[in-house]
Design a protein around this ligand. Structure first.
Ligand code: GLU
Length: 316
C-alpha cells in the first residue's frame, strides 16, 4: 500500500502560493550574473531571462510561478531516472559498476576515472551515467524506454526528444566518448561506446518542464511510491539511497554547499533545472538557465535556498 500523504500539511495552499511568489521575486534577478551553457539559441534554455519555480505536493496539488510550462531538455537531471531504472532492473548489483562517493571533480573529468581504473565515483557524473546506460543496455528490453517510459509515467504524459538538443548533444559528446573508451579499456563498459553515448545523449534530450520535473520527483518524497498512480517505483530503502546520492553527489562539485544551504536532495543539469524532493512533503523544481561557476543554476539554487529557509525544509 502506498503511504498516504501527511494528513495535516503545515502550509495552506495560499501560504505556499505566497511563499513561492516571494521566493521567485527575490531570486530571479540573480540569473543576471550567470552564463548560459553554450547551446543552440532556439532552445528556451538558451534564454537567460527564463525563470520558474514549481512545487508538487503528494496529494497532487501543484503550485507554480513563471515559465513553469515551458519545455527544455532535461540534461543531467535525467541521471536520477536512469539510476532509478537501473536499480529497478539489477538492484544494488549496479554498484559493482559505479561508486557512491562525491567526486570533488568536474562532472566530465577523465583524470579521476583513470586513477580509479574506469569505475566512476557515482552515477551522477557523466562517466557514472555512462556505466548506468551500459547496464540498461544489458538489462532492459528497451533501454531508452526503461527511462523515458518511467519518467513519462511519473509525469502522466509521453515525453518526446528535442531533436535540436539531441543534435547539439551528439556534436558535443567528445569528452563523453573519451570517458567511454577509457572505461572500456578497464572492462567497465560492455557495449560499443557509440551505443552507450547515443543512449545517454538521447536521454539528456528529453523535453520536460519545471512543473513536470517537480511532479516526477514526488516518488522520492513518498518512500518510492508514485503518488499519482500508487505504483511502487522503487522499494523504500532504494528510494532513500537515491535521495542519499542526490544529497551527496547531485549538484556537481557544490553538493556540500547545497546540503548546507538547502538540506534536501537535489539534482541539477546544464539547462538550468534543479529538481529536488522533501521526503513526506513534495517534489520541487527551479529553472533558470544562467549557471554559476560550478554549473548549477544561479537563480535556481538561490530560489531553493530561500524556499528551504522559508518553509523550514532542511532534513539535517
Ligand atoms: N549534455 C550534458 C553532457 O553530458 C549533460 C550535462 C549536464 O547536464 O550536466 O555533456
Amino acid at each position: 500500500m502506498p503511504p498516504s500523504p501527511p494528513d495535516a500539511a503545515p502550509d495552506t495552499t495560499s501560504d505556499l502560493e505566497e511563499v513561492l511568489t516571494e521566493v521567485s521575486d527575490r531570486s530571479r534577478h540573480l540569473a543576471d550574473e550567470g552564463e548560459v551553457e553554450d547551446q543552440p539559441e532556439e532552445l528556451p534554455s538558451a534564454e537567460s531571462t527564463r525563470f520558474a519555480l514549481a512545487l508538487a505536493e503528494l496529494d497532487g496539488t501543484e503550485h507554480v510561478t513563471g515559465d513553469a510550462d515551458v519545455g527544455f531538455a532535461i540534461q543531467s537531471v535525467v541521471k536520477v531516472f536512469g539510476l532509478t531504472a537501473a536499480l529497478r532492473l539489477v538492484g544494488e548489483d549496479l554498484f559493482d559498476r559505479v561508486g557512491r562517493e562525491p567526486s570533488g571533480d568536474s562532472f566530465n573529468s577523465l583524470i579521476q576515472l583513470e586513477h580509479e581504473k574506469g569505475v566512476p565515483r557515482n552515477p551522477f557524473i557523466n562517466a557514472g551515467a555512462l556505466a548506468v546506460c551500459d547496464v540498461l543496455l544489458d538489462a532492459a528490453d528497451d533501454p531508452f524506454d526503461a527511462v523515458a517510459g518511467l519518467l513519462g509515467d511519473l509525469v502522466g504524459t509521453e515525453l518526446t526528444v528535442n531533436e535540436t538538443a539531441l543534435d547539439s548533444e551528439r556534436e558535443g559528446s567528445a569528452a563523453n566518448r573519451a570517458m567511454g573508451y577509457l572505461m572500456s579499456s578497464f572492462g567497465n563498459l560492455h557495449h560499443p561506446v557509440d551505443d552507450v553515448v547515443e543512449l545517454y545523449v538521447r536521454l539528456c534530450s528529453l523535453t520536460v518542464t519545471t512543473r513536470t520535473l517537480a511532479r516526477a520527483a514526488r516518488f522520492l518524497a513518498n518512500e518510492g511510491v508514485d503518488p499519482r498512480t500508487g505504483t511502487p517505483v522503487l522499494s523504500e530503502p532504494l528510494a532513500r539511497r537515491v535521495n542519499a546520492l542526490m544529497l551527496t553527489c547531485g549538484t556537481y562539485d557544490a553538493a556540500g554547499q547545497f546540503a548546507y544551504d538547502l538540506g534536501f536532495p537535489c539534482k541539477s543539469g546544464v539547462a538550468g533545472a534543479v529538481m529536488g524532493d522533501v521526503p513526506g512533503r513534495f517534489g520541487v523544481c527551479a529553472w533558470s538557465p544562467p549557471l554559476d561557476e560550478k554549473g548549477n543554476s544561479r537563480a535556481g539554487r538561490a530560489a531553493l535556498h530561500l524556499l528551504s529557509e522559508r518553509l523550514d525544509l532542511s532534513l539535517l
